[in-house]
Ligand binder design. Structure first.
Ligand code: GRG
Length: 292
C-alpha cells in the first residue's frame, strides 16, 4: 500500500472514532457542540496517527491504540482552543474556521477546552477494554506528564513569559520541546506501550518523535513567515505581531530549512532497529515541505 493511501485510511479511522465520542451525549447548553466544533474541524491528525502507527510498528492492534489516539487529539484540540483565546494569542481563525471563542463566545470556549481535556482521560481509560491495567496506567502516566506543567502547559507558560524578550536558541529549543514536542513524543510512545513494547522500543520511538517534533515546530515558524493563510487555515505573521523569538528570527529561513532536513534524517535513523518502519519514515519526510 502506498503512503498516501495508508495516511488517508489512518485519518479516516481517527475521524470516525472522534466523531463517535460525544454522539448521544445529553446537550449541556452548547458545550458539546463547541467541543465537537473544534474537535471535528479537520487538522492533520498527526498525533493520533503517530499513536496508531507506533503501535503497529511494535506489533500491536488498532483497537488497543485507538482510545489513546483519540485522547491525545482531544488534548491537542483543547490546547488550540485555549491558545486562541483573547487572553493568549487572540486568534480569530483556526483550521480554516472561526476559532471556538469566535463561534461560541469566550466562556463556552474555555469550558469546551476544559471538557476536552478531562474527557480525554476518560476516553484513554477505554484502552482498558483491550489492555492490561499496567499498560493503561503507563500510557496515562506518559500522557499526563506531557500535557501538564512539566510538558505542554509549562511550555506555553515559558512562551508567554518570553514575549517581547530576546531569547537564546537554547531557550527557544527548551520551550518548544515542552510546548509542541512533549505531546508529539507522548503520542508516539503511547503507541509502543499499547503494543506492549519495552524500554528499548520506547526510547527509539521517543527519539524519532522528539526529532520530528522539533522539525515540525521549526517548519511551523517558517510557515508563519513564508506560508499562505488559505493553506494554513490561520493567519500568518502572528509570531512577529506578538514579538516572539522563533527559530526563524534566530537562524533565518534558509538555515531553518537545513535544520528541518537534518532533524528529519535523525528521526528516520532512530527507527533503524524496527522491521517495518517505512510508513513512519515517510511520515517524517512528508512533513519537511508541509504547507499546513
Ligand atoms: C494553551 C495549554 C495551552 C497550550 C497551547 C500547542 C500549543 C500550546 C499551542 C499551539 C500554538 C502553535 C500554533 C504551535 C505551533 C505548533 C503546533 C502545535 C501547531 C498546531 O498543530 P498542528 O499543525 O495542527 O498539528 P492541526 O490543526 O493540523 O492539528
Amino acid at each position: 500500500m502506498r503512503f498516501e493511501e495508508r495516511l488517508a485510511q489512518d485519518k479516516e479511522l481517527v475521524e470516525k472514532a472522534l466523531g463517535n465520542l460525544f454522539r448521544g451525549c445529553t446537550p449541556h447548553a452548547d458545550l458539546y457542540d463547541a467541543m465537537n466544533y473544534s474537535l471535528l474541524a479537520g487538522g492533520k491528525r498527526l498525533r493520533p496517527i503517530l499513536t496508531l502507527e507506533c503501535c503497529r510498528l511494535c506489533g500491536g492492534t488498532d483497537s488497543a491504540a485507538l482510545s489513546l489516539a483519540c485522547a491525545v487529539e482531544m488534548i491537542h484540540t483543547y490546547s488550540l482552543i485555549h491558545d486562541d483565546l483573547p487572553c493568549m494569542d487572540n486568534d480569530e481563525l483556526r483550521r480554516g474556521k472561526p476559532t471556538c471563542h469566535m463561534a461560541y463566545g469566550e466562556a463556552t470556549a474555555v469550558l469546551a477546552g476544559d471538557g476536552l481535556l478531562t474527557a480525554a482521560f476518560e476516553t484513554a481509560l477505554g484502552a482498558g477494554t483491550y489492555l492490561p491495567a499496567r499498560q493503561v496506567t503507563a500510557a496515562l502516566e506518559v500522557l499526563a506528564a506531557a500535557a501538564g506543567p512539566a510538558g505542554m502547559v509549562g511550555g506555553q507558560a515559558l512562551d508567554m513569559a518570553g514575549e517581547g524578550y530576546a531569547l537564546t536558541l537554547a531557550d527557544v529549543e527548551e520551550l518548544q520541546k515542552l510546548k509542541t514536542g512533549a505531546l508529539i513524543s507522548a503520542a508516539a510512545e503511547m503507541g509502543v506501550i499499547a503494543a506492549g513494547g519495552g524500554e528499548e522500543e520506547r526510547a527509539a520511538v521517543r527519539t524519532y518523535a522528539q526529532r520530528l517534533g522539533l522539525a515540525f515546530q521549526i517548519r511551523d515558524d517558517m510557515l508563519d513567515v513564508s506560508g499562505d493563510q488559505d493553506s494554513l487555515g490561520k493567519p500568518i505573521g502572528s509570531d512577529a505581531n506578538s514579538e516572539k523569538t522563533t527559530f526563524v528570527t534566530l537562524k533565518g529561513l534558509e538555515e531553518c530549512g537545513r535544520l528541518v532536513e537534518r532533524l528529519t534524517h535523525e528521526a528516520v535513523s532512530a527507527l533503524g532497529g524496527f522491521e517495518e518502519p517505512w510508513f513512519l519514515e515517510e511520515l517524517a519526510r512528508s512533513l519537511v515541505g508541509r504547507t499546513n
